[in-house]
Design a protein around this ligand. Structure first.
Ligand code: PLP
Length: 273
């Protein structure tokens, strides 16, 4: 595998960033994960817009998007995969310990790994920890993901693939790496961005294409929703068949199955050549 590191492609075992990079020492960095199928990144422009928004939110200089596009193209070309996860990491850059960030400028790493197609349905758990809808980092896709790592480990311990968070007001928010949709009385809902969730790109497309409503929902809606599904770059639309101990028999239910179909059809049109 060949990885783009600060201006050049390197073999994976020779691709290095400084131990003094602020992204490593304090998590001062932002990232994007894109799906690549048959050599084409999906929704690249939307991901680059969010990378820029996240960087601005952290006070990093705007990434040079021409360079990021060049890096993505080079990595995709150098690593042929059927289905892949393209990871763009943009960090605060090198700064001596004890000083503020990045006096040598930000760092850019782009890597691609092969992934397998996710199953159509999955189990999720709820976790007792909250997303803070008023944090300085709310809505930014930063490399400070350790909270998600802890929650996801809890999900894996319980045989689930995702953990769902409430926000501090006990409203439904999102998963560690996905957005959540629920069906109530045949109507599709997802929490608004004001809940503290990431403005997921798959979420936005699903709302646009299905007419789902953005609704402030109590966390315990998960105890009574008729259907639940997750959206993310690597899951697309994925039905949930169990929430904690509650089975959702017949998943994907009719509304979810329709959303899965619409997403698959519309996403196949090349959104972003
Ligand atoms: N929420 C969080 C915290 C995420 O990290 C992600 C994706 O990584 C999502 C939601 C889903 O966003 P997207 O559909 O853009 O992948």
């Amino acid at each position: 595998m060949r990885i783009w590191v600060n201006g050049e492609l390197r073999p994976a075992d020779d691709a290095r960033v400084s131990v003094l990079d602020h992204g490593l020492t304090v998590g001062d960095g932002v990232f994007e994960t894109l799906r690549v199928s048959q050599g084409r990144p999906f929704a690249l422009t939307r991901h680059l817009d969010r990378l820029t928004r996240s960087a601005r939110g952290l006070g990093l200089p705007d990434p040079d998007l021409d360079e990021v596009r060049r890096a993505c193209a080079a990595v995709v070309e150098a690593n042929p995969v059927g289905l892949g996860r393209l990871r763009i990491t943009y960090t605060g850059g090198i700064s001596p310990l004890g000083s503020d960030r990045g006096n040598e400028g930000p760092g850019l790493v782009v890597a691609l790994g092969e992934v397998s197609r996710r199953p159509d349905t999955t189990a999720v758990v709820t976790v007792p920890w909250t997303r803070n809808e008023r944090s300085a980092l709310t809505g930014l896709k930063t490399t400070s993901y350790a909270e998600n790592v802890v929650a996801l480990a809890r999900a894996h311990e319980q045989g689930a693939s995702e953990a769902l968070f409430a926000n501090t007001a006990d409203r439904l928010c999102e998963g560690t790496g996905s957005n959540v949709f629920v069906v109530l009385d045949g109507q599709l809902h997802t929490p608004p961005v004001a809940s503290g969730c990431l403005a997921g790109i798959t979420r936005a497309l699903t709302v646009e294409w299905t007419g789902a409503q953005e609704t402030d929902l109590p966390f315990d809606v998960l105890d009574r929703a008729d259907e639940v599904f997750l959206t993310s770059t690597l899951r697309d639309v994925q039905a949930v068949h169990r929430v904690d101990g509650r089975e959702l028999p017949g998943a994907p239910g009719p509304v979810t199955a329709k959303a899965m179909r619409i997403f698959e059809e519309r996403a196949a049109d090349d959104l972003d050549p």
